[in-house]
Design a protein around this ligand. Structure first.
Ligand code: NAD
Ligand code: DAU
Length: 331
């Protein structure tokens, strides 16, 4: 199988490429990645000899048309992915997430290529803290930020291309991932690298917002289940029942680092900050037989801390600039 992975030099995409090379020797992988600030060639270094990396944008229609024409399957991870950045400058989010997805859809339509679209639970908006409900595939779309609204727009394009043009597409909406190779602008690696540097973790607002954490390996195994067994045109929600509020996550990290439980700072909250995400993944479990392997969050977090300790050369170059950006807005 000839597989095109967009955004394969980013966090989830690079883990997906590693997993694919490790477990599926019959798959020939090409990565298309613009190598933005969030993409890193060295994230693919362990598999560099087994794959082809093309540096380019998913908005480049002739390039996309050529690469899609040479592929049997496209798995589309490429995106601008950080909510805080989307509040500062939404423009690249519209370009990459909406126009880039449109460009890919036109190419898969022309070439009849199978397409899997990677999306987020944030398209559903947020839930109250005391609401027993979880997101399901029939929850109405209600995105809050420029990031999540552009992801919602991209999902709707995929649905329309599947229905109107018969594109063989599936969509997955996953909750918050953690694990190796995640950019240090994101919550967990930011706090891990702060703690390695002896800096106190930074909690937005009161720290009571809830995220539904899943290990990146479990997300990517679910994506392969959908590719192998999912029904074209369907949307699958991916989550591992990992709800935690941000304060709990910071306290667990402080414990792992042997620091005092009160050793963190509250900083300026994110405007429009979604309260709670929670995924009902029963379709994925019941219909496709997927189950998560990383069921102990603390174990997964310890392994992630160990990875950031062992791979300082990977994240250190981005640390000062990332923190300077946060400091400028009181975070
Ligand atoms: P990331 O920011 O770590 O990686 C994004 C990658 O896309 C980078 O390698 C970047 O260089 C590349 N890219 C950006 N613009 C591009 C363009 N125009 N053309 C080609 N490549 C481009 O993101 P991530 O956290 O790995 O997220 C990957 C996907 O998963 C995104 O679609 C995101 O919406 C979705 N998602 C993320 C999470 C999460 O918790 N991180 C959860 C659910 C869904
Ligand atoms: O739910 C899936 C989404 O998860 C993905 O679609 C996004 O691509 C991904 O970035 C993530 O979005 P969040 O906004 O939830 O993730 P982030 O890591 O930015 O923040 C997680 C929570 O931690 C959120 O409530 C904000 C808070 N936070 C974040 C940072 C960076 C802090 O309290 N302090 C921080 O320093």
């Amino acid at each position: 199988m000839r597989l095109l992975v967009t955004g394969g030099a980013g966090f989830i995409g690079s883990n997906f490429v590693h997993q694919t090379v490790r477990e599926r020797p019959d798959v020939r992988v090409t990565v298309l990645d613009a190598l933005t600030y969030a993409g890193d060639r060295t994230s693919l270094a362990p598999v560099a000899d087994a794959i082809t990396l093309v540096e380019g944008s998913i908005t480049d229609a002739p390039l996309v048309d050529r690469l899609v024409g040479e592929s049997d399957l496209v798995v589309h991870f490429a995106a601008e992915s950080h909510n805080d950045n989307s509040l500062n400058d939404p423009s690249p989010f519209v370009q990459t997430n909406v126009v880039g997805t449109f460009t890919l859809l036109e190419a898969v339509r022309k070439h009849g290529t199978r397409f899997h679209h990677i999306s987020t639970d944030e398209v559903y908006g947020d839930l109250e803290l005391d609401d027993p409900a979880k997101f399901t595939a029939s929850t109405p779309y209600n995105p809050s930020s420029p990031y999540s609204s552009t992801k919602a727009g991209s999902d709707l394009l995929v649905r329309a291309w599947a229905r109107s043009f018969g594109v063989q597409a599936t969509i997955s909406n996953c909750s918050n991932n953690y694990g190796p190779y995640q950019h240090i602008e994101k919550f967990i690696p930011r706090q891990i690298t702060n703690l390695i540097d002896g800096v106190r973790p930074k909690l937005y607002g009161a720290g009571l917002n809830v995220r539904d954490w899943i290990h990146v390996e479990d997300h990517n195994a679910a994506v392969w289940s959908i590719i192998d067994k999912g029904r074209p045109g369907e949307t699958y929600l991916i989550g591992a029942d990992g709800e935690k509020n941000n304060l709990e996550v910071v306290r667990t990290l402080l414990e792992i680092f042997g620091r005092d439980a009160a050793d963190f700072d509250h900083v300026t909250d994110r405007p429009g900050h979604d309260l709670r995400y929670a995924i009902d993944a029963s379709t994925l479990r019941d219909e496709l037989g997927w189950t998560p392997r990383y069921t102990d969050f603390r174990d997964g977090l310890e392994a992630t801390v160990a990875w950031y300790r062992e791979n300082e050369a990977w994240w250190r170059p981005a640390k000062a600039a990332t923190e300077a950006k946060y400091a400028a807005v009181g975070q």
